[in-house]
Design a protein around this ligand. Structure first.
Ligand code: S3P
Length: 446
């Protein structure tokens, strides 16, 4: 599939963006392992979260779904069954990495596979510490990549692990494995990363101790406990909201309200970064939903200026950089990002793929090992020219360049946009309602 987008200048209205992907994944995992029935509302009907859902069905959990309402009949900590075939994680790194922790502790063997993009992503970051815990796990791809095979029936032991990179997926994987371990699992993160696992464990009645360190946190839990089913209302995803926020900011006429978005402080780096660039973003109706803070995010068209992105905000905005690069292109002056080497191992190499696309559209940018420098063209009416973009199986690349059309002089064509369905299935419909001149072209039919 492709997007053909002709320039437009208005981006307005109230839009309910996609439900949170991280929380949707975890609701299925914890609901499946709990005792009792967990009811999830506003579940993300995107392919990534559905991969997790299918994996647990494949392990014998009854999960009923009616649109965004999901009912999970938990099987308890000892109730998962051996899957009859490899578990297919599609494009989803979160599913594969978190499930590595769960599967390493089961008494059955398992294999996990993924699509072309996931099959290139590093899995030794979870396999290595899991082996230290006693897991028998192999990354059978060329470079420590999927497929992953796990030999069950091992007795895992507790680990005290200093994570070499700030990764919520690695942290969550080890905490999940730690649920089956005798003794205390301790994970130290070098910088703060999203804490949905810790919050949801608490919501399911499992004690997790978090001690703040100078930069990140130390997280501890003792294995052998039980999870108790609870109801979960998933907030809207700040990572999905980010596309609408930047669109509202860079449009000539921009004014959007995004209701009930999760504003967990481990996820709000994008708001901080955009505000440092001069963005008019306000939060209204702040409240707590199921242990997660939410708010309506209101954004108005704003002149932006380039900044040096503070290092401590990098892990807190890790998924939002593709669209932050679009905002940086629309700022006056230079924006510099450093300390973001993790972007190279996301669904695509987001530094290189974004730099290639920005260059195609006429932006002056320099790729760094761990980041990028972008010379903004905020003073110009047309920041971007037209051109053809490849999104390399990466949903966030596709949506970011769609937003660029609000400051483009010519048509932007984006190839491979079927990947948007992994996280934000109705992106095109909502973006059109808000003002994008977007046409979906199904290349299979044409
Ligand atoms: C996620 C953690 C982040 C993020 C990913 C989702 C999660 O990855 O990029 O999209 O749900 O735990 P890291 O493990 O690199 O922090």
């Amino acid at each position: 599939m492709k997007y053909h987008i002709t320039p437009s200048t208005t981006f307005t209205g109230m839009h309910k963006v996609a439900p949170d992907k991280s929380i949707s994944h975890r609701s299925i995992m914890f609901g499946s392992l709990a005792n009792g029935v967990t009811r999830v509302t506003n579940f993300l009907e995107g392919e990534d979260a559905l991969s997790t859902l299918q994996a647990f069905r494949d392990m014998g959990v009854q999960i009923d779904r009616d649109g965004d309402k999901v009912t999970i009949y938990g099987v308890g900590m000892g109730g998962l069954k051996a899957p009859k075939k490899p578990l297919d994680m599609g494009n989803s790194g979160t599913s594969m990495r978190l499930l590595s922790g769960i599967l390493s502790a089961q008494d059955f063997d398992s294999t996990m596979i993924g699509d072309e993009s996931l099959s290139k992503r590093p899995m030794e970051r979870v396999a290595k510490p899991l082996r230290q815990m006693g897991a028998v796990i192999a990354t059978t791809g060329e470079k420590g990549t999927p497929p992953i095979t796990i030999t069950g029936g091992q007795t895992l032991s507790a680990i005290h692990y200093n994570m070499p990179m700030a990764s919520a997926q690695v942290k969550s994987c080890l905490l999940l494995a730690g649920l089956w371990v005798k003794g205390e699992t301790v994970v130290i993160e070098p910088e703060i990363t999203r804490d949905h696992t810790e919050r949801m464990l608490n919501a399911f009645g499992y004690d997790v101790k978090v001690t703040p360190l100078q930069n990140g946190n130390e997280i501890r839990l003792t294995g052998g406990g039980q999870l108790t089913a609870c109801d979960i209302e998933v907030p809207a995803d700040i990572s999905a909201a980010a596309f609408f926020m930047v669109a509202g900011l860079i449009a000539k006429t921009g004014d959007v309200v995004l209701p009930k978005v999760g504003i967990n402080p481990t996820r709000t780096g994008v708001i901080d970064i955009l505000r440092l660039m001069g963005a008019d973003i306000t939060l209204q109706n702040q409240t707590l939903v199921g242990g997660e803070p939410v708010a309506d995010i209101c954004v108005k068209s704003s002149p932006l200026h380039g900044i040096e992105i503070p290092l401590h905000l990098v892990p807190l905005a890790i998924d939002e950089f593709p669209v932050i690069f679009i905002a940086s292109s629309c700022a006056t002056g230079k924006t510099v990002l450093r300390g973001a080497e993790e972007l190279r191992v996301k669904e695509s190499d987001r530094i290189q793929v974004m730099a290639d696309g920005l260059t195609t559209l006429g932006i002056d940018c320099t790729v760094l090992d761990d980041g990028i420098e972008i010379i903004g063209r905020g003073q110009s009416e047309f920041v971007f020219g037209g051109g053809e973009i490849e999104c390399h199986h990466d949903h966030r690349i596709a949506m970011s360049f769609a937003v660029a059309s609000l400051r483009a002089s010519d048509e932007i064509v984006i190839n491979g946009t079927q990947t948007v369905a992994t996280s934000f299935p109705n992106f095109a419909t909502l973006a059109k309602e808000a003002g994008l001149h977007l046409e979906i072209v199904d290349t299979d039919l044409s």
